[in-house]
Every structure is written in C-alpha cells, then in structure tokens.
Design a binder for this molecule. Sequence first.
Ligand code: HEC
Length: 175
Amino acid sequence: MKTKVIMVVCAFLVTNSALAEKEHDGKHGHQMQEETRQLVEMPSKMQQHMMTKMRDHLAAVSEILQSLGQEDLDKAAEIAESRLGMSSMGKHGGGKKGKHDGDKKEEHVCDNKGEKGGGMGKHMPEGMRTIGHGMHEAASRFALRAQEGNTVLAYQALSEVTASCVACHASYRIK
Ligand code: HEC
C-alpha cells in the first residue's frame, strides 16, 4: 500500500515537471528561436569598448526620458546630442568635456577612419553601419526639436532613435 502511494506520488511529480517544462518552453519560445542575427567579429578590446558605449546609450535614453518628464528640454537635448547624436561621433574630448574624460584620445567606435583603438566602423557590415548612422542622426534631430520646444516632433525623433537600437539588435550580434 505504502509503495503504491509513493509510486503514484512519483508519477504525479514526473508528469507535473514535464508539463511545467513544456509550459516553460512555450513561454520563452521567442527567445529560443533559432539564431538569425549576423555575427560581427571584432577584437575583444573593441567588443568591450562597444559594450561600454552600449550601456551608456541605454543610460542616456533613460536620462533623456527623465529630463523630458521634468520638462527640461534643454537638458534632454544636451544629453542626446553629446552621447547619442552626431557630436558623439568623431574624436572624444573635443567640445563637450567632463563626461568623456576617461577615454580622451580614443576615437569613437563608429569612426571608420580610425586606425588605432577605435575604428569599429571598419568591422561593421554596411547595413549595421547604416543603422548606427541613422541612430546618430535621429538623436541630433531629437536634440534640435527639443531645443525648439516641439515635444511631439521630439518624441517622434526619439522613437526613431530607439527603433534604431531595436533594428540593430535584431540583426547583429558580436558573440
Ligand atoms: C548599429 C548597431 C547598434 C545600435 C544602433 C545599437 N546597438 Fe546596442 N548592441 C549592438 C550589438 C551588436 C550588441 C551586442 C549584442 C550581442 O552580441 O548579443 C549590443 C548590445 C547592447 C547592450 C548590452 C550591453 C552589455 O553590456 O551586454 C545594451 C544595453 C545596448 N546594446 C543598448 C543600446 C541602446 C539603448 C541603443 C540605442 C540608443 C543601442 N544599443 C543601439 C548593436 C547596436
């Protein structure tokens, strides 16, 4: 009798965990899809640099939204232009000082003319570079609209910035 009960309990547990697993698979089905993103190879130092930039991109978007919520459009514009916009390209240390003191002489990761350290652009496939460039342009457009006080157009441009993040992440990976 006792063994029978134990067997039933065991059977129940096994079935249950099998079901749970199935549910688990279903829920995360999207993430488990076959890898379709293109692998972009680059030296590991460059990978690290790029990921540092990426984390700052996300922080910048967060700070922009915070400034917009406080109706500080000038601050939102300044963050966007200096950390995501066209002026964030090219060499660091020129123009806006302070935030980028850590990597003075380093060139922007997207500067494809860079020979030492930077120059990640030359490792990027054309499509990836285009999306990246589009993001910098949208950020500068956002900055302009925000400075003009045109919040609707500013939000439109900001959504183009985040759409670029999404588009690139959907197509490319570095490992
Ligand atoms: C031109 C392409 C491109 C654009 C544009 C882009 N990213 Fe990325 N990002 C990548 C790639 C590639 C990775 C690495 C993904 C991988 O290998 O799995 C990445 C990784 C990240 C990571 C993870 C960093 C870490 O430490 O793991 C964050 C956060 C991120 N991006 C934020 C953003 C945000 C926010 C934006 C837009 C404002 C953005 N990215 C725009 C290509 C891009």
